[in-house]
Write a protein that binds this ligand. Sequence first.
Ligand code: C5J
Length: 224
Amino acid sequence: MIEVTAVPDNFAFDPERTALVVIDMQRDFIEPGGFGAALGNDVTPLAAIIPAVQQLLDIARQAGLLVIHTRESHLPDLSDCPPAKRAGGPPGMQIGDVGPMGRILVRGEPGNQILEAVAPLAGEWVIDKPGKGMFYATGLHERLQQQGIDSLIFAGVTTEVCVQTSMREANDRGYRCLLIDEATESYFPEFKQATLAMITAQGGIVGRVARLQQLQASLGVSND
Ligand code: C5J
């Protein structure tokens, strides 16, 4: 077992039973001119974590961790999009409508792709998820169980929505969870801070939070 210095206390994990999960680093959420920006969000804080996510991917790949990428996405006929979810967006900017980078949150559209800078490598898992959480309607739990995975290290966007939902789903399914501080972000900095506080409260009720450097030191891998 390896121990990472974390908040509220150390995170112990076996790299052979641990996966890195990079949540929704998609063009529509992060690039200027995407759907997130069209909704009036400042995407600058999200784009700023790209180097940290690249470094985290590099560390995980060097350490031989299973690497998983998720995309929030729906089928083109929207049969996997509950009407209540679709109705959540403003008129003309709802899931399935044509946004600045193609149909919003629809599989295969340009905006739905993962940023080239943090693109999956061959053999890494890419999970298309119709929910905010990565377990809902994806079959991911069964696949992780088959691989003997019991610990998950999280990164990606946005901290308080898809990252937090996925961590809570993971926690309920018995996975030990660690979130890497510099590798996650929100359009609203105060929401990120509140989420980190919620995750780590009450002895780590959802999981633990560590700095990238702390994970790197514990895995003993170099900066490439
Ligand atoms: C949102 C996400 N914010 N990936 N999606 O709707 O967090």
